[in-house]
Design a protein around this ligand. Sequence first.
Ligand code: AMP
Ligand code: GLY
Length: 427
Amino acid sequence: RLHRVPLVPKVLIVGSGGREHALAQALKRSPQQPELIAAPGNPGIAQIARCVPVPITDVDALTDLAVSEAVDLVVIGPEAPLVAGLADRLAEVKIAAFGPSGAAAQLEGSKAFAKEVMAAAGVPTADWQEVESVDAGLQAISSYPAVLKFDGLAAGKGVVIAQDEQQAREALSEMLEARRFGDGVVVVEEFMEGEELSLFALCDGERAVPLVPAQDYKRIFDGDEGPNTGGMGAYSPVPNAPDSDELCAQVHQPVVDLLRERGTPFRGLLYAGLMLTSEGAKVVEFNVRFGDPETQVVLPRLKSDLLAALTATTRPGGLAGIELDFDDRCGVTVVLASRGYPETSSSGDEISGLDDLPSSIEVTHAGTAQTDDGTIVTAGGRVLNVTALGDTAADAREAVYAAIDPIRFDGRQYRTDIALRAVKQPT
Ligand code: AMP
Ligand code: GLY
């Protein structure tokens, strides 16, 4: 029997953010020299991939695109198309997809489902209760601060840390009575104290293989002040992080085993958001895709062929032969955001200084657009991500902040303390 051996693999990347640009850059480094297509992509991705204007929410059109382009692999970046079942649709048309089925993606799509899976798989996490009314929510809280999570996708805005009963009542009422995020219940959770850590693992339905840990900075201002954002920066490695293989054995592998037993195997990337508490690591949340901006700092450290690794997740047991080697250097990523972020964002501000950056600096586009005359302008809250590697966290910080200085746009804002923890507490 003859097999079709594609000389140049064709890969479709779904998404348009900094994460997808980092995925495209890492895939571009593959010795297989893939042809890259992106839907919809962004002006940065367009420098290395052919961008097709299909939105991430249009599962039918994305499936049609994958078929008409006869791609070898679809790399699904964001959670929304995964929860909407894009990987299932691609399976029906026999196209390999990096990313879990809609059923397995419920680990991110539903906080209550994730909690039930963690309980059944014996994965350490905060105590919790599911509630459907404001009164039940207030009764479920035994002490403050208390954590209230809307049970559905809410773009990172569905979590409230209530300091007292009045804040808890307001948050519960907004989620359950005003239905700010639509229909859904609320998970009331014990507050965990500690440092946060993101650990990604590639999964092939049977095995989970960890990448390197990263730490994300979620608040808008230096010193972790101000409201939560999608993420303002990240660094890797992380001082005092527990061993990744041990964390993976405690957290990712039991979930993969359980979902396999249940007939909904987990393939793709399982992201554990962890809290390093005095009682050990506990799961804050699972995501079913690469994290943003952690990917921008983890993938530049990957020395192995990302395309081979992502492709291996699409076959049961496929990761058995895959080695993931990482650069020992430290990576730092800083997010440049537009005026008003995270409450609002500003569009159309001209960005200058992108052309003469040192080759050691990786810039990924997150919220940019290109005007008819070729000018790159802002088009969203998180605009650009700037990444550098260095022998120490201090070196990487110095390189990244030096590179940021000439990149200008009206209203530019960024944190100046990314990876400062790693400088004070070297790995
Ligand atoms: P999540 O969307 O579940 O990741 O929550 C967003 C952020 O809220 C997390 O990154 C934490 O900073 C914080 N958070 C969530 N759950 C807890 C918890 N149980 N204890 C302390 N902080 C939490
Ligand atoms: N960096 C947080 C996330 O990707 O959800």
